[in-house]
Design a protein around this ligand. Structure first.
Ligand SMILES: NC(=O)c1ccc[n+]([C@@H]2O[C@H](COP(=O)([O-])OP(=O)(O)OC[C@H]3O[C@@H](n4cnc5c(N)ncnc54)[C@H](O)[C@@H]3O)[C@@H](O)[C@H]2O)c1
Length: 249
């Protein structure tokens, strides 16, 4: 039996990596997926892949850090599919800088996309998720739980996503809405493929901090998100699940 038959999932960052894998996984289990990304061509490609596999999908281009665009995005999802049962916030950006060299503009852009974008999507979707008895999964990171060298802005944004998600869980849990985080370690996606590190950075040290046995594919995260989004996760709320192959253990 398909776990998401009759349900609508909105997935941000669906044009690449983990977001695309989540969209594919949820569609394969029967969800109608509203695929959102900054990159129009990439998100249209994802929606085409879902449809080619027999799924129901719609592509929508949106900057999650733009309040008006997020409002329009939620309205477009409701206009297309009539409801929202699940929100996966996977849109994100990563940059590496020596902490003492991070510019204010760079820090703000990372926080804007990773934290403010997640906040805006959650805020706008929550009334509709309350109506459907739905749930949220946000992308945090192992860097929300332990330090990541040169990832000062990124880890700050992910730690805040984790704290914000717990608050959503406790504030709305009694009303039937669940909100959880995944904390992936090193996952093989375009984000992690060729990180631009400071010139004198030790790549082996970074690899040791983010991965015990090498990166895994994005489908290992998508499977966990599908569990959290489904009724199998019915009593999991305010949780953060590490998907890091024991890297932080
Ligand atoms: N890859 C990893 O090792 C890893 C580890 C831990 C956490 N994460 C988190 O998982 C999530 C997905 O990462 P990924 O590895 O798939 O990265 P990715 O770069 O492959 O995909 C991220 C997607 O987000 C989109 N995006 C970026 N800015 C956006 C914006 N302002 N509005 C809308 N979309 C935007 C990009 O266009 C891209 O398609 C991110 O939040 C990331 O921080 C990734």
């Amino acid at each position: 039996m398909k776990r998401f038959e009759g349900r609508v999932a909105l997935v941000t960052g669906a044009g690449s990596g983990i977001g695309r894998a989540v969209a594919l996984r949820l569609a394969s289990e029967g969800a109608s997926v509203f695929c959102v990304d900054l990159q129009r061509a990439a998100v249209e490609e994802t929606a085409a892949q879902l449809r080619a596999a027999g799924g129901v999908a719609h592509a929508h281009a949106c900057d999650v850090a733009d309040e008006a665009a997020v409002r329009a995005c939620i309205a477009a999802c409701l206009g297309t599919f009539g409801r929202i049962d699940h929100l996966s916030n996977m849109a994100g950006i990563l940059r590496f800088d020596h902490f003492h060299e991070i510019t204010l503009a760079d820090f703000r852009r990372v926080v804007d996309v990773n934290l403010v974008g997640t906040f805006l999507m959650c805020r706008e979707a929550i009334p509709h998720l309350l109506a459907s008895g739905g749930n949220i999964v946000n992308a945090a990171s192992t860097s929300a739980l332990a330090g990541l060298p040169w990832g000062g802005a990124y880890s700050a944004s992910k730690g805040a996503v984790l704290a914000m998600t717990r608050t959503i869980a406790i504030e709305y849990g009694r009303a039937g809405l669940r909100a959880n985080c995944v904390c992936p370690g090193d996952i093989a996606t375009p984000m992690s493929a060729a990180p631009r590190l400071p010139e004198d950075a030790d790549r082996r040290w970074l690899a040791r901090c983010s991965s015990l046995n090498g990166p895994r594919g994005p489908e290992v995260v998508a499977g966990v998100i599908a569990m959290l989004a489904s009724d199998d996760g019915a009593h999991i709320n305010g949780e953060d699940i590490r998907v890091d192959g024991a890297t932080l253990s």
